[in-house]
Design a protein around this ligand. Structure first.
Ligand code: ADP
Ligand code: MG
Ligand code: MG
Length: 868
């Protein structure tokens, strides 16, 4: 196997093997840019070393061979006493992990070659001793594992109030002695003087740094796979610390904040690479280099243009100037803010560097989502009191309230409120809707509060565990004894998870105003508009919304949905209608049951008619009632207490008996969905009739009736027959289809398709049942540990689990279509608005995705990206 690549052998497509830094150093070398010569040891070698605890056979010889070639090219040998070649040994993984791993500069210096280096630089002793002390410092810390503070403190003692550049050659020479003593003290051996031994140890230290705790943590957070390993780059040293005609800097080819082209960077005279980021001295703006070294400056601008034209994107770079000669030490396609990503993509189209297709692939749904939330004014003063999880982005300000009822009450008076709870449950829904934002002290990113808030596009910070929420006393306590009582104003940032005391000023999202129908205005919105139009043009997937109310349906249409993929009917049984549901449950005779259903039907009919109108001729998929009936009945504890008192009515006692009768150990697996429809005579019939009557009333209505929780075709056939009869009776047409949300349904999709005109994947339940995870319990209980353990990188409730749940989906799509080629297929679970899941839906051949109104632009964009 080949484990070492010279810079002339690699290229930018070899990031897996050479890491990002190595691949791009090779690319720049081949572009003819001034890169110091060097070579890259592959990630293969690192993986082998980490797995076996030893370097692969032949690696040392191969490295020696490349070093020989490097020495020949440079005309000097590594650490040669009278005229030394020095090298840096630099980590560089496939994905940039800034500052997480190690790099050692100035390898090859020892008590002899330090004099040779001084001679090389025209008798510059100061520079040589400065380089030597840097080597011992970096090597000591990185390779030998010595506490870096020991070196820093020795340096600080020597410097006093002076700058490092004020130290004389003699002082630096003494510092080298001090540093060597530190090494001896801490390790019991001398600093290794043999240059090749220095290099060998540094390479192994870079391999090992892949598994440094901070690197592991960073990978987990950024979802970078743990088994990639790092490449190691050995690069001939060039020196920015020779004097004032030398220096080092970093730059962007355009502003990563705004996307504008220009000169963005920092420069530090008489310094080595690390000094710029370490902040040991103040850097100067890159423009000022023009006055210091005009030639290098012009060359740098020229190179930046070359890189932009070559990479066709924003690049960031590291460079060093050694006595008037410019050297390029690193480049990569640079990180940028969400707004800059959109701007840059369209600017590059205007410059003729990329096509609109490419521009669509250069931005992500996550970036778009970031642009849609209002934000706190970055410049405002803030008093942070806690930090929780960034569950649903946005910025919300309001008075703290501690119950759903108070939230509703205050909101009705026109006040902005933040609902603060330990955790939320379905009873809090009204308060959550009324509130500007939701703050909980318990639960993770898929807790009830988080999921519901994201669905509503409402700001939410969850699991802020530092907060003691005392609901009864209507107050919470934050660290440092800060007490916030009902009515006091707080501000929560759902993008960062931060909680502030008092009001932080908010700026609205112009991107949402645009989606709401405002004319595209301003550079950013125009960029978004162009990219969205193109995404719509290229996408194959249709976009529908999960919407239960005419308001949501109307917003969804403005945001670009062409149909409703999931209209839930359960909320239509809440509020004042609870009474009617209670009557239904308590009915003991057919007559009583009929009366209760007859009372519900006109209400349902008007609900549906309003939604048909809002969707204006677009299809509306209505799911018949899904949750178990007891969810519509009073709480068992409250009711028991009431029954124990004198005022209890006869009805209360009957209700309690019914609640007890309906009580289930495991309601999510109990009497719900199609099971309920088959067991309670007339319930589904009433809903179907209401749909049919409403459709008859609204011209152009396109109802689709969706049966939830079907596990076997027999269930579906029973409902279907009855429904078809009612539709015929009323004289309207509607598709009849089913959700695929029980694993058995996915596995028998061929049979089920015989009775279904469409499938819609309910991936929330499907995930729950495929994994055997109770969604309402496991998430808060142990998902954070699962994430820490690396069992999964992202919750399967957030992003569709391709390997398991995805396999069920793929089977159902294939077998469903085999049985019925024109079967219409979509998804209506939370995943319908998740970028990676949208790509999956495209790949598996679905016809559409359906998601909450606020996620629709994200789904449109990702559907476009998936098609390219
Ligand atoms: P990081 O990935 O943390 O940026 P690098 O490997 O890029 O680490 O190196 C750290 C610093 O040392 C950078 O500023 C880089 O430009 C500088 N550097 C690395 N190799 C050399 C070299 N051969 N000559 C001069 N400076 C170098
Ligand atoms: Mg770097
Ligand atoms: Mg379901």
């Amino acid at each position: 196997a080949k484990y070492v690549y010279d810079f002339t052998e690699g290229n930018r497509n070899l990031k897996d093997l050479l890491g990002g830094k190595g691949a791009n150093l090779a690319e720049m070398t081949n572009l003819g840019l001034p890169v110091p010569p060097g070579f890259t040891i592959t990630t293969d070698a690192c993986r082998h070393y980490l797995a076996e605890g030893d370097q692969p056979d032949g690696l040392e010889q191969e490295v020696a061979g490349h070093l020989d070639a490097l020495e020949a090219a440079m005309g000097r040998k590594l650490g040669q006493a009278d005229d030394p070649l020095l090298v840096s040994v630099r980590s560089g993984a496939k994905f940039s992990m800034p500052g997480m791993m190690e790099t050692v500069l100035n390898i090859g210096l020892n008590d002899e070659s330090v004099h040779g280096l001084a001679k090389q630089a025209g008798g510059n002793d100061r520079f040589a001793w400065d380089s030597y002390r840097r080597l011992i410092q970096m090597f000591g810390k990185t390779v030998l594992g010595i506490d870096g503070d020991l070196f820093e403190e020795a340096l600080d003692r020597l410097k006093g109030r002076r700058l490092d550049t004020d130290l004389s050659a003699g002082e630096l020479q003494r510092l080298v002695e001090t540093f060597k003593a530190i090494v001896r003290d801490q390790t019991g051996t001398d600093f290794p003087a043999d240059p090749r031994e220095q290099m060998r140890l540094a390479i192994l230290a870079v391999f090992d740094s892949w598994n440094a705790p901070r690197a592991i943590l960073y990978r987990r957070q950024e979802r970078i796979p743990a088994d990639l390993g790092t490449a190691v780059n050995v690069v001939a040293m060039v020196f920015g610390n020779v004097g004032n005609d030398s220096g080092t800097g970093v730059a962007f080819t355009r502003d990563p904040g705004s996307g504008h082209q220009g000169i963005y960077g920092d420069y530090l005279q008489n310094a080595q690479g690390e000094d710029v980021v370490a902040g040991i001295r103040n850097t100067i703006p890159l423009e000022e280099l023009e006055n210091i070294d005009r030639r290098s400056y012009d060359e740098l601008l020229q190179i930046m243009e070359t890189l932009e034209n070559h990479y066709k994107d924003l690049c960031d770079i590291e460079f060093t100037i050694e006595r008037g000669k410019l050297w390029m030490l690193q480049t990569r396609v640079g990180k940028r803010t969400a707004a800059a990503a959109f701007r840059i993509a369209t600017q590059l189209v205007d410059q003729g560097l990329i096509t609109l297709d490419e521009a669509v692939t250069r931005v992500t749904g996550d970036q778009l989502a970031q642009l849609m939330f209002p934000r706190f004014d970055a410049a405002a003063e803030k008093k942070k009191i806690a930090k929780g999880m960034n569950a649903s982005p946005g910025a919300a300000v309001g008075k703290a309230v501690f119950s759903s009822a108070r939230a509703v009450e205050l909101a009705e008076r026109g006040e902005d409120v933040i609902l603060v709870r330990r955790e939320t449950n379905p009873d809090d829904l009204a308060g959550m809707i009324a509130a500007k934002g939701i703050l909980t002290s318990r639960g993770g990113k898929t807790s009830h509060a988080a999921v519901v808030a994201r669905g509503m596009g409402k700001t939410c910070v969850c699991g802020a565990e530092e907060l003691e929420v005392a609901t009864g006393e209507r107050r919470f306590t934050a660290p440092g004894g800060v007490v916030v009582s009902e009515g006091e104003v707080i501000s929560i940032d759902g993008t960062s998870g931060e909680v502030y005391l008092g009001e932080v000023p908010v700026v609205a999202s112009e991107v949402v105003e645009y989606f709401e129908g405002a004319e595209p205005d301003g550079e950013l919105v125009k960029a978004v508009d162009r990219i969205m139009r193109h995404a719509d043009e290229v996408r194959r997937l249709g976009i529908r919304a999960n919407a239960d109310t005419p308001e949501d349906a109307a917003r969804a249409r403005r945001f670009g949905a062409r149909g409703i993929g999931l209209c839930r009917t359960e909320h239509m049984f809440l509020g004042e209608r609870r009474q009617l549901v209670e009557d239904l449950v308590l009915a003991t005779t057919d007559e009583e049951r009929r009366q209760a259903l007859d009372a519900l039907e006109p209400l349902q009919k008007s609900d549906f008619a309003a939604i048909f109108r809002a969707m204006d001729g677009n299809p509306v998929t209505i799911r018949l009632i899904d949750p178990p009936l007891h969810e519509f009945l009073p709480d068992i504890v409250e009711l028991s207490v009431r029954v124990a008192t004198e005022e209890a009515t006869d009805k209360d006692r009957k209700l309690l008996a019914a609640v007890k009768r309906l009580h289930e150990q495991n309601p999510m697996l109990g009497l719900r969905g199609v099971r309920l429809g088959l067991v309670i005579p007339g319930l589904f019939d009433m809903q179907v009739r209401a749909i049919a009557e409403a459709a008859k009333e609204v011209r152009g209505a396109r109802p689709e009736i969706m049966i939830p929780l079907v596990a076997t075709v027999q269930e579906l056939e029973a409902v279907r027959e009855e429904s078809a009869r009612i539709l015929a009776e009323v004289g309207v047409e509607a598709l009849i289809g089913t959700m695929i949300e029980v694993p058995r349904a996915a596995l028998t999709a061929g049979q089920i398709a015989e009775a279904a005109e469409f499938f819609s994947f309910g991936t929330n339940d499907l995930t729950q049942m495929a994994w055997g995870f109770s969604r309402d319990d496991v998430e808060a209980a142990f998902f954070s540990q699962y994430l820490d353990l690396g069992i999964f990188g992202v919750s399967p409730f957030e992003s569709l689990d391709r390997d398991g749940v995805g396999r069920l989906v793929a089977i159902a799509v294939r077998e469903g279509r085999a049985a019925r080629p024109d079967l219409h297929i979509g998804i209506c679970g939370e995943h319908g608005g998740d970028p990676d899941s949208v790509h999956f839906c495209h790949e598996v051949g679905m016809d559409y995705v359906s998601c909450s109104p606020f996620r629709i632009p994200v789904a449109r964009l990702e559907a476009g990206r998936a098609a390219l």
